[in-house]
Write a protein of this length. Sequence first.
Length: 152
Amino acid sequence: MEATSPVPSDASSRAEELTTSQAWSLVRESVVGRLAVLRDDGPDLFPVNFAVDHGTVVIRTAGGAKYEAAHHAPVAFEVDGYDVERGRAWSVVLRGKAMEVVDTDEVIDLMTMPLLPWHRGVKPHLLRLVPSTVTGRRFEVLGGVRTPRGGE
């Protein structure tokens, strides 16, 4: 019996590379991102809420593992999404460095942005992720669930 591939080999199955402008537009529309850091015992990933500010991403965090690993260190930040109507997914990855915001005027300015903590706890640190690269792609989803589960 001959095996068949579930993935078509035609050009329509290729991922579409997004422009930097398209990628930032998708980041701005997103609510949750993932911050990837390197720790002593290897890579780690943290879901975070964030705000976009002048070509950077700002997160608010407590001290601890995430802060210690990200502070003045190389990081990656990723957001993704799924367009149910079109059966297409997308992903944007920013790579760069995270710097703590300490300038008083800048902190005051950032506190007017929607950076409220999602759960209890003190979050005194503002980290600005300054990307050196911004990449994104969009692609058609083959197979799998194309509509949300639940209601009809």
